[in-house]
Structures are given as C-alpha cells and as structure tokens.
Design a protein around this ligand. Structure first.
Ligand SMILES: Cc1cc2nc3c(=O)[nH]c(=O)nc-3n(C[C@H](O)[C@H](O)[C@H](O)COP(=O)(O)OP(=O)(O)OC[C@H]3O[C@@H](n4cnc5c(N)ncnc54)[C@H](O)[C@@H]3O)c2cc1C
Length: 317
C-alpha cells in the first residue's frame, strides 16, 4: 500500500516540486545519491575503488522532454568517460544509462535514444570500459532489449538489465545467456500491473532464483544486483555447484545500501560493483528507494523533524 503510494508519487510532478523544494529532504537523498556534480561523483567513486569495489555510474534523469536535454545527458556521459580515463579508473568503473534520459520518450524517440547510446558506447570503447542499459517499466522492455541487441552488433560488451518481477524474464534470461552477454538481474523497482508482473515478494524471489540459475548455466557474464541475503546465497551456491569461477560473474548493490556487506563480500574476493547515481534529477530514483523499504520513510520523517546537525549536511547539495 505504502509502496504503491510512493511509486505513484515518483511520477507526480506536483509532489516532485514539493519534495525537491524542501531543503531537509536533501540530507536523506545524500544517503543514496553521490552528489549533484561530476566532481562529487568522482570523489565518491575514487573512495569506493580505493576500498576494492567496482562501480557503475548513473547520471540521473528520466524526464527528458527535449532533444537538447537528451544531448546534454549524452555530453555529460562523454565528459564523465573522459574524466574516468584521465584518472585511470576505467578498469574498475563502467557507466549505466537510461534510454528515457537519452530521448526515448520524444517523438521518434527510439532512434534518438539509440543514436545517443551509440555516442556513449563509442566513447566507452575508446576509453576501454563498458555500458549497461538500465531497464525501466514493462512498457519499455521490448524496445530496450531491441536497442541493446542493435548496440551489441557494434559493441558486443553492452549489458542489459532484466527484472525478476516480470513473468517474461525467465524466457528473456534464456535468450540472453550466450557467450559475451552481460545481464544484470534485479527484482524490479517499478509499479507494474498483475497481468505482466508477480506482486508477492515470494514469487518475485522464486523467479529471481530461477533466472539466476538460467544465467549461471549460460555462457555470459551475469551480474546479480540485489541486497537480499537469500538471493546472494542462492547465487553463490549455484555458482559453486556449476563450477563457475568467482570472477566470471558479479554481485552488485546500490550506493548507500548495505555498504558494510558490499565490503565484506569484496573482501572475500567477489567482484562487487556499486551502482553510483549522481546529478540534480534525483527525485524519481529517490522515491523508488523509499518505496523499496518503508523504514526509509521513517528515516526521512526523522530527518525532516530533527534539527539539522552541522556534520550531517554534506557538500554537493
Ligand atoms: C546495481 C543495481 C542496478 C539496478 N538497476 C535496476 C534497473 O535497471 N531497473 C529496475 O527496475 N531496478 C533496478 N534496480 C533495483 C532493483 O530492482 C530493486 O528494486 C532493489 O535492488 C531492491 O531489491 P533487492 O533485490 O535488494 O531485494 P528486496 O527484497 O527489496 O530487499 C532485500 C533487503 O535489501 C535491503 N534493501 C533493499 N532496498 C533497500 C533500500 N532502498 N534501502 C535500504 N535497504 C534496502 C533491505 O535490507 C531488504 O530487506 C537495481 C538494483 C541494483 C542493486
């Protein structure tokens, strides 16, 4: 109930205006977002890499309504990739992109987003890193997978995300388990109707396990994006049963969530990638993080009603 309300709010412009304008919200946003600027993001990224973690950087934005805005997002990724190369970080850091940020919702948007994604992939190839295409709500799944297939003709290392909440995902996993494919398996963060998606956590989890096994039996490099111990245990048990070398798959988590566990798993030798978002357009991303865990709403409410303490106000916002 609260989850649906928060996911609904994530798409309500009036609510966005109110939440974004409220200065104390930003103290809580800082827990999940690396800052507003490229410099903020690189500072956080350097610190994570220094601790032995891998990173995927997301420039926040999914409300692109003009071609100029889509170009600006593309240029920001190009700058980001240049900066990563200049700092020698491309061994450990890749980027994640959202097609809606690159213009897929504009008129003729499929081609616009594809062209922008090509620009980013070309730059990623030049600096020797990779790109993973995020998955948005189920109405975009077919177009996103088509875009990834097209990009892979030229850039075979481009990755995609699949969501275990969707009924279709075990079939999609089977179709994307070939050598060279990079699939990031997550549960799914969007409000979806029951004709396409499991609602019960038990069903989403069951499908996650099933999809994880399909990907591990394949020849690609699966990336298991979850903070759920039960899912991680399944992945590690299956990987060991199938004699999968530890470096042939990745574990992934979001910036600010279970940071100690990220370090513990990396310390055991698992490639552990942290998804690091940055930018000013944090509203929808932030609301999805609240929706995932009702306790985060209490965290927000406490922050709103507490007197701000100097130490908690970080730079960047
Ligand atoms: C690297 C990465 C990339 C992702 N990309 C996408 C994408 O492209 N498309 C998409 O739809 N979704 C994406 N997601 C989000 C994902 O779909 C889930 O919504 C999110 O990861 C929570 O699911 P979970 O597997 O952690 O399991 P859950 O069952 O939701 O959570 C398990 C446990 O993890 C912890 N936890 C989970 N979420 C939070 C939170 N917000 N705050 C605090 N603790 C939390 C809690 O301890 C919770 O009990 C991505 C997630 C990751 C890690």
């Amino acid at each position: 109930m609260l989850k649906s309300l928060l996911l609904g709010m994530s798409r309500t412009p009036a609510m966005k205006k109110a939440v974004v304008a409220f200065p104390l919200t930003r103290r809580v946003v800082n827990r999940f977002v690396a800052g507003e600027t490229l410099d903020d993001c690189l500072r956080v990224t350097r610190a994570l890499v220094a601790q032995g973690l891998l990173v995927s950087i997301d420039y926040l934005g999914e409300d692109t309504t003009t071609a100029t805005q889509a170009d600006r997002v593309t240029d920001t990724y190009a700058d980001l990739l240049d900066r990563l190369a200049a700092e020698g970080l491309t061994d450990s850091v890749e980027v994640s992109i959202k097609l809606s940020a690159l213009g897929s919702l504009l008129k003729g948007g499929y081609e616009v987003a594809l062209d922008n994604a090509r620009v980013i992939c070309a730059q990623a190839e030049r600096v020797d890193t990779s790109v993973t295409v995020d998955m948005e709500d189920h109405t975009t799944t077919d177009a996103t997978l088509r875009t990834v297939r097209t990009l892979r003709e030229q850039y075979p290392w481009v990755g995609a995300v699949l969501q275990s909440m969707l009924y279709r995902t075990s079939t999609d996993c089977g179709n994307h388990a070939d050598a060279g494919s990079r699939i990031r398996l997550c549960k799914g963060a969007y409000a979806e109707p029951t004709d396409v998606a499991h609602k019960a956590k038990s069903a989403v989890d069951r499908n996650y396990r099933r999809c994880a096994s399909i990907l591990l039996q394949g020849e690609g490099r699966p990336m298991f994006a979850t903070h759920d111990d039960a899912m991680i245990d399944h992945v590690l048990t299956e990987a060991s049963r199938l004699d999968r070398p530890i470096e042939s798959y990745e574990l992934q988590m979001l910036f600010g969530i279970r940071s100690d566990e990220q370090l513990r798993l990396a310390g055991l030798g698992h490639p552990m990638r942290v998804y690091v978002p940055f930018g000013t357009d944090w509203y929808a991303y932030f609301m999805r993080r609240l929706a995932e865990r009702p306790a985060n709403v209490m965290f927000l409410l406490r922050a709103l009603f507490e007197r701000p303490r100097k130490k908690q106000v970080q730079s960047g916002f």
